[in-house]
Design a binder for this molecule. Structure first.
Ligand code: ADP
Ligand code: MG
Length: 445
């Protein structure tokens, strides 16, 4: 029985969602849901599978409250039933007649420019790159899985595809699949709808190399996670190579313990923000590829002002290219500054150097700069050093590794330790707060 008001609420919900999500998303996830009965106490939704139910609740639970009745316990008055596959009168086509994933859908899709030759190396990515090269040279025989994590636009997808290209060129027979986590999930859903899930499973489980991009999208998708984990185990147990990228390390992902443990089996490698010299090298490389001639001065200028990710550096080069072509002039720093105006970060922080911090801290605490860079554990010196490290982390937009190395080659964990210690003391020690404010003003002068 369908209550008119309830039905209207559902239809309005559908309309609202349709205007807010992509066509594919709507067709895959929302359109297959049928309301079979509904009144103010209970609404029954028929879904083709559990994934669709989960998708609806994970994404739209709160929104649904505005459209359909809520029970006295504040829960949605919703019940789900899984649709039983409809029996068709016509006999099912034999499986062979339908195009199989192996023959039809399989195509290795890699970005043609994401290759090792185009990947500029520096301290921030050296370790990851060499791990990637190792895996590409001997898939399944070194680190398995290789888990690459780091912030947006730092080159994770680039390295993932570079591994794919190399394996593909060196071992033509190997079956490689490069896929985003989102596409993997859509594959499962499409296969469920087309009743070809077994074929899909078979396809994934017979791969030699699986490249999975952005695994963070598997978070909160319980059933998909299980399917992924099963595939993962089957492949790893046969020494098939898996490479995964993510914006976080495994331990920080909201995934099951089983899944996290599996991802930590092999090598977990972190990609940091490239330091100044590497950014300059990347800028020059990208400019060269586009036949844009820029001086070292301009390259340094860009690298000093754009430091969060490589994609932004590319954006800057593209912009300069457009202008340089039209104007045919040699690029001056002033011109670059004008053209890149919007991309450039506010400039009061970036000019601060470790040297200026060391100078101000040394003066304030009456110690020598060489002591701050040295190893002395004498109380006053060690404390001043920690304050300097705290300020450096606060005021300088560089990778921790780079900053730490300016303190006479300390490690980033020493720097982080100092920063944490001073941060904690600042909560309880007002005098320290005032001292640090004063030093800060002195540095910013
Ligand atoms: P992520 O996947 O980490 O978000 P991408 O791999 O998509 O980042 O990289 C963003 C852009 O920056 C790509 O065009 C990539 O080619 C480029 N890029 C990133 N790191 C480097 C590098 N070290 N050398 C050359 N290009 C890089
Ligand atoms: Mg990426």
């Amino acid at each position: 029985m369908l209550d008119c008001e309830v039905k209207n609420g559902w239809l309005q919900f559908l309309e609202f969602i349709q205007s807010r999500c992509t066509h594919t998303e709507f067709e895959n996830w929302i359109a297959p849901i049928q309301m079979t009965s509904g009144n103010s106490d209970e609404i029954v939704l028929e879904v083709p599978n559990i994934f669709v139910q989960e998708y609806l609740l994970n994404n739209y639970k709160d929104l649904l409250r505005d459209f359909i009745p809520v029970r006295s316990d504040k829960e949605l008055a919703l019940t789900f039933i899984i649709a039983t596959p409809k029996k068709t009168a016509a006999p099912l086509k034999p499986v062979e007649e339908r195009p199989s994933v192996e023959n039809s859908g399989y195509e290795l899709k890699l970005n043609p420019t994401y290759r090792f030759e185009n990947f500029i190396e520096g301290p921030s990515n050296q370790f990851v790159k060499s791990a990637a090269l190792g895996v590409a040279a001997r898939p399944g025989k070194t680190y398995n899985p290789l888990f690459i994590h780091g912030g947006v636009g730092l080159g994770k997808t680039h390295l993932l595809h570079a591994i794919g290209h190399t394996i593909h060129e060196q071992q033509k027979k190997l079956k490689i699949q490069a896929i985003t986590t989102e596409a993997f999930i859509n594959d499962i859903v499409d296969s469920l709808r087309a009743k070809s899930i077994d074929r899909m499973k078979r396809f994934y489980r017979t791969l030699d190399v699986l490249l999975v991009d952005d695994i963070q999208f598997l978070q909160n998708r319980l059933n998909f996670e299980e399917e992924f984990c099963n595939t993962f185990e089957i492949l790893i147990n046969q020494n098939k190579q898996i490479i995964i990228t993510s914006d976080k390390p495994p331990s920080q992902l909201k995934l099951s313990e089983r899944m996290i443990a599996r991802m930590e089996w092999g090598l977990v490698a972190h990609m940091d923000i490239p330091d100044l010299e590497t950014r300059v090298a990347i800028i020059k490389h990208k400019a060269e590829n586009k036949n844009l001639r820029i001086s070292n001065e301009v390259a340094f200028f860009i690298a000093e002002h754009i430091f969060h990710n490589v994609r932004q550096l590319e954006g800057a080069i593209n912009r300069l290219c457009a202008h340089a072509r039209f104007q045919g002039t040699e690029l001056s720093i002033e011109a670059a500054e004008r053209i890149l105006n919007e991309l450039i970060q506010p400039s009061n922080q970036k000019k601060t150097s470790v040297e200026s911090i060391l100078q101000s801290v040394a003066a304030a605490y009456e110690v020598r700069i060489s002591d701050l860079k040295g190893e002395s554990r004498q109380k006053e010196i060690a404390f001043a050093r920690q304050v300097a490290m705290y300020l450096a982390k606060e005021m300088i937009e560089e990778s921790l590794m780079k900053i730490a190395s300016s303190f006479g080659g300390k490690t980033h964990s020493t720097l982080l330790h100092a920063w944490k210690k001073i941060s904690t003391q600042l909560h309880v020690n007002e005098d320290l707060g005032r001292q640090i404010q004063m030093i800060r003003r002195n540095i910013e002068k």
